[in-house]
Design a protein around this ligand. Structure first.
Ligand SMILES: [Zn+2]
Length: 351
């Protein structure tokens, strides 16, 4: 039987590209992309993706194990399902990405980068997702769960990010997040270039990005730490009842700003290993940068994030400081080492 993670790690092409089991048919669409269709009636078209960042191994293992259990009849498929291992080259290399962060290149943003393995992969994934949702029967409700693990520690270890959307947040997804014992939900305030923004914006999919804790190398993950989300994904694909939440209430945050790195001298007022959801109080300085004419010239060429605002106040001609104006904010994904023009952190407010 096909094992799409094993094939990917060995960089082998699948010789048989489709097949059947007692209760489903499967098609190998591309490296790391497997479509499964149940023989029974279904009401949902579900995409589950992992490994858009290549070193986030635990979700990759969870998804590939789930596929194996479906293909071997140990778990009964009750939805139309597309399983995606996002960035095969980076997964093999054990790195987040090779050239550029793939989860900043969707919605066509790859077209503004030098063509490379990852830009071609992002284009292919957009095409495969488009085909999957366009072919979805009208009665089938569309879902997309994109699984990640964080690079850094987090004061709230597991959380979900909803892409900015104008359609209502899906109740079933919210129930899944509760059942998966997540600590927090974060609502984006602006269009991004993420995989879930692509599916949500283009096909009105109920999409969510899940950050599931910290991962280790292949085979060294303690998958029991991921048992809640594993149970929920299994309940989703087999249309079984969701487990009961066994944790305190989920906390909710909204993104109020994106901090954009605009100069090489950009500095965050945080330790390099500061945790996600680190707190800043009113009047504290989150970041500083001095934008020179040279940087300004580079800026003019960077058009990756036309929708994202930046909250820097111009204090002197050559300097900028980002100062907190709210009573309390939380910083998510702080990273001063991103490329110019990219997001060095999100500023959140608790709802
Ligand atoms: Zn990730």
């Amino acid at each position: 039987m096909i094992d799409f993670l094993d094939l990917l790690l060995k960089q082998q092409v699948c010789l048989t590209q489709q097949g059947q089991t007692e209760d489903l048919s499967w098609t190998w669409l591309a490296e790391g992309v497997l479509e499964l269709t149940p023989k029974q009636h279904y009401e949902k078209s579900v995409v589950i993706s992992a490994g858009v960042h290549g070193n986030e191994t635990a979700p990759i293992e969870i998804l590939s194990q789930l596929c194996q259990d479906l293909l071997h009849g140990r778990l009964r498929l009750a939805v139309r399902l597309l399983c995606i291992l996002g960035n095969p080259a980076a997964i093999r290399a054990g790195t987040r990405y090779l050239e550029n962060d793939m989860n900043r290149m969707f919605c066509g943003a790859y077209q503004q980068l030098e063509p490379a393995v990852e830009t071609r992969r992002a284009a292919l994934l957009e095409q495969l997702l488009t085909d999957f949702f366009i072919k979805s029967p009208r009665h089938a409700k569309p879902y997309h769960f994109d699984l990640h693990t964080a690079i850094r520690a987090s004061l709230l270890p597991t959380f979900a990010l909803f892409p900015y959307q104008t359609h209502a947040y899906d109740q079933y997804v919210l129930q899944c997040l509760e059942a998966a014992a997540l600590d927090a939900i974060v609502y984006h305030n602006a269009a991004g270039r993420t995989f879930t923004h692509f599916s949500s914006f283009n096909f009105q999919v109920a999409s969510v990005t899940l950050e599931l804790g910290q991962a280790k190398a292949f085979g060294q993950n303690d998958l029991t730490q991921f048992s809640h989300i594993d149970q929920v994904l299994r309940a989703v694909v087999s249309e079984q009842a969701l487990p009961e939440r066994d944790k305190i209430r989920i906390r909710q945050f909204k993104v109020i700003d994106s901090i954009i790195k605009q100069a090489e001298n950009f500095q965050l007022n945080l330790a390099d290993d500061a945790a996600n959801f680190s707190v800043f109080e009113q009047d504290q300085i989150i970041a500083t940068q001095a934008i020179s004419e040279h940087d300004a010239h580079l800026q003019a060429q960077i058009v990756l994030h036309p929708h994202e605002r930046h909250g820097f106040e111009q204090h002197t001609v050559e300097g900028q400081r980002y100062i907190v104006s709210q009573p309390q904010v939380f910083i998510l994904f702080p990273n001063a080492k991103v490329k110019l023009g990219l997001r060095a952190g999100l500023v959140l407010e608790e709802i």
